[in-house]
Design a protein around this ligand. Sequence first.
Ligand SMILES: *Cc1c(COP(=O)(O)O)cnc(C)c1O
Length: 351
Amino acid sequence: MTKGVLEKYRSYLPLTDDTPMFSLGEGDTPLVKSRAIGEMVGCDELYFKLEGCNPTGSFKDRGMVVAVAKALEGGVTGIACASTGNTSASAAAYGAYMGIPTTVIVPKGHVSRGKLAQAIAYGARIMLIRGSFDHALDLVRDLTERNPIILVNSINPNRIQGQKTAAFEIVEDLGAAPDLLFIPVGNAGNITAYWMGFHEAFINEWTSTRPKMMGFQAQGAAPIVRGDVVPDPETIASAIRIGNPASWNSAIRARDESGGTIDMVSDEDILDAYKLMASREGIFCEPASAAGVAGLLKHARNGLEMEGKRAVCVITGSGLKDPDLANEIEPEWMEEYPPDVAAVEQALTVG
Ligand SMILES: *Cc1c(COP(=O)(O)O)cnc(C)c1O
């Protein structure tokens, strides 16, 4: 039986004897060695942390299992979140598993089809609001303050606690922290969680170093880079389409304490990295997940020395979440043939 985040990291999480223990199989995700992009940027040891392998297809599950367990421990009557899609999919799944009503508030027209399909299938109450993710988050904050419902967005500190376990796994797999960690930044909960995880691993002496945190926002949704709220964030990477990140200050702290950077990448760079990941690495990720990879490629182009470095790109979610975008890719080779082996053979030999 799968252990999951609660049991495996019990003594490093804010759990008590009264916390219910359960798992949908979150955590323990693969760390896969790069074959192409590492070579392109001159890095012998580049790895991808495949968070799309979590039960609902994104890293949100690591934090959600802790947030839901603590909500149940407190005797809650419901959970709610605002979401660009993945938080709602995760909340709805854990809500269904543990039998608690789940309300998800999503910006209408800005959630990919795959993610909405998940929330529908898991049976969440879905409220579409006209407005951005930032509006949805303000609304759900008010709602959960006025009602006995627990907010399970990443401003819930239990989410960050759960998500830090991904950093523990990287240290465990590599035997030490990497030199550099490339990660997309939206609401900035995950960069905060990784930094917390690496810091605790350092304090516990599982590693003698900590990585530089290299965070990447999309150019049209880059409030931290610009130093100002973006009222109408715009990017194809819907999971990081956020104009006023809730964990803004802790993201700055992660950047500065680690000696890293938070920079932005264009949608064009994100799409290039997204296609490269699938066609050259065999890893089909979300556009938002490709932002970290795009950031690595950009900084390598601009002279970042990668030789002799150990680096990890966090691949935050699965490409199957956004089938509409995937279907826009020009196929390498897709033609129609009669059901006739000779015709197919002929086409293959001609090339
Ligand atoms: C939530 C999410 C992000 C952004 O993480 P933050 O914690 O909001 O910065 C990036 N990629 C995917 C796939 C996500 O679901």
